[in-house]
Design a protein around this ligand. Sequence first.
Ligand code: NAD
Length: 703
Amino acid sequence: AGAKSQGVLTVKTETAVRSNGSVIYRMDDRIAVLEISNPPVNASSLAVRMGLVDGLARAGADCAAGVVLIGAGKCFVAGSDLREFELPLSKPELPDVIAAIEAAEFPVVAALHGVALGGGLELALGCDYRIAKPDAQLGLPEASLGMVPGAGGTQRLPRLIGKSRSIGMICQATRIPAAEALPFGLVDALAEGDLLDAALTFLRDTPRTKRRARDLTPPPEPTETVQAAADQVLRRGRGRPNVAEAIRLVQGADGDASAMLADERAVFQTLRVGPEATALRALFFAERRAAMVDSIDLKSARPVRRVGVIGGGTMGQGIARAVLAAGLPVTLLERDADALKRAVDAIGTHLQGQLAKGRIDAGQADARRAALTGVFDTAGLADCDLVIEAVFEDMGVKREVLAGLERTLPAEAVIASNTSYLDIDEMSAALDHPDRVIGLHFFSPADVMPLLEVVRARSTAPDVLAAGLALARRLSKQPVVAKVSEGFIGNRIYAAYRRRAELLALDGATPQAVDAAVTGFGFAMGPFAVADMSGLDIAWAMRKRQAATRDPGLRYVTIPDRLCEAGRLGRKTGAGWYDYATGKPQPDPAVAEIIETERRAAGVTSRDFPGEEIQRQLMAAIVNEAACLIDEGVAQRPSDVDVTMCNGYGFPRWTGGPLYWAARQDRGRLRADLTQLAQASGPAHRAGPVGAVLGRLMSATEE
Ligand code: NAD
């Protein structure tokens, strides 16, 4: 057993099974089977790579006629072990394993099920043949981690399936099911029954020769097709250096294989330890941590077999679509038959659209339609284990809805609110069992946006919190746990960011200059374009509600009030911070005039703001508010803020998130930014403990 990670260890059984703990070797009538067993997802760790190299040598010594590589448990290989990527890689590296496969005299078949991703797919591409379960997911996600595939992915994939397809698959990190990959040759056969049997038969029934992908020439296609694929991903890749490198490497895939593989490896090694890949790995680990809460065991979660949704508006429909897509039945409640019909029809239309776009098949569309029940009486929700309310953002309405649910639902059913800002403790205070209430704050559109803020109210029971986290996993959402606070984590930080943006506009920056600075930082849209898209009226209503309690020690920007009074509510009215007469946002002299008037009224002397100053001030606002809410315990840990902002608010992932970014800035400079923020905000500005929070983020023990 001492030889566990040192290669193949002989175990004395009559079938001569050998194992190094991570790769099990066995002979099946002249075919050697190498079974990768590294739970939970067979990551290609050092031990796996050693086991494979030893197993291949063993197969040679045993005069095997062929080899099958297969994964134990739920998948083939989900990728490399990212923890190893922080350090120099140990030998044998993955290209060494693939070189051993290619050098072997016998054909090697990769048998794929579950997922074959990243290094897992590269390993399979290094084999002579690939056979797969039809639903096996194949992909090279390295680009989403700031890298390029480094074990031949950019070379072997295009030689098998062509350059343009490879550019799309690699640069957009798309996964495709094996059934779809068969026609273009990424897999050679599908296995309907037992995968290992099918792979053995594949080798036995027809004589198979060596067929190394590196020796093939990419299937011919017009240069323009390849260029079009490259242009498309460059636009979407927002200028990330790894995307450009991946394209260059794929385009070179008809060159000398050894030289191109060496080129790819060198690029991979440089990018792997570069700032973007390092930040993206930190975010990857932060996302995994965010789904965990100390002392909460997901296995304790109250079971959820049917979900109720109350309110079939924007959010209710989106939530219903998300739950249906996860294969759970939904009961949707609306106020009356008309409203219910509108909501159910809209979901049906959406399914039809998904079907037309080929995103789902007819069977899935039918199953989802059949799994949706509409009711307009709370009694219809009696068999739901978890009910999410998405009615109007009004405390009175929500309290009434919760009271009705308590009367109807079985005692153990969970009640969730999708409120954006309201106090969930106050909402549940009148219930007999407020411990069954939780916040589940989805983002719009709820079936698309990955983030789910799981709000733990003061009274929320542990098994109810666990149910929220389990639902997030079931829906493939990224959960972040928050405590009650106006706007929880994300909306609260966003409000501080928007406030700073409005102050910048008041003090001299044009809305378009602010938006340009923000997109220049890497966001898809700036704050004013976003405000126009979501509508200015919601924030306006909130400001009117809060007018009486507004702190006079904080500077107040009147510009958006004037815009709303002028009927400029954003895109939906054809004008907001911008004019939309042409369909696209255009700067509007009328807005400039409003701004100028408000400036004069506020006694502001305007000045120019360079783009970098705008960026740094907006970052300072985000970081300061994050520090305040971490100080209050609203977020469990600093890295949860990064996860929230990157998954729900378009913060550029390759920065690692706002706090990861801030922790890498010059401290003196950051302090100066925070001082400027305080001055611009007004005497009542609250400075968060930024230094302490960044210190916590940087210390490995805390995280
Ligand atoms: P919406 O106005 O589009 O939908 C609300 C729906 O609830 C309406 O269809 C209405 O008929 C229905 N409704 C109201 N009272 C009801 C009752 N007593 N019983 C049954 N149905 C009732 O609003 P929305 O944008 O979907 O927002 C709903 C909730 O989600 C709000 O709390 C909002 O703050 C929150 N939220 C909204 C967004 C967003 O981007 N729109 C994002 C996150 C959270």
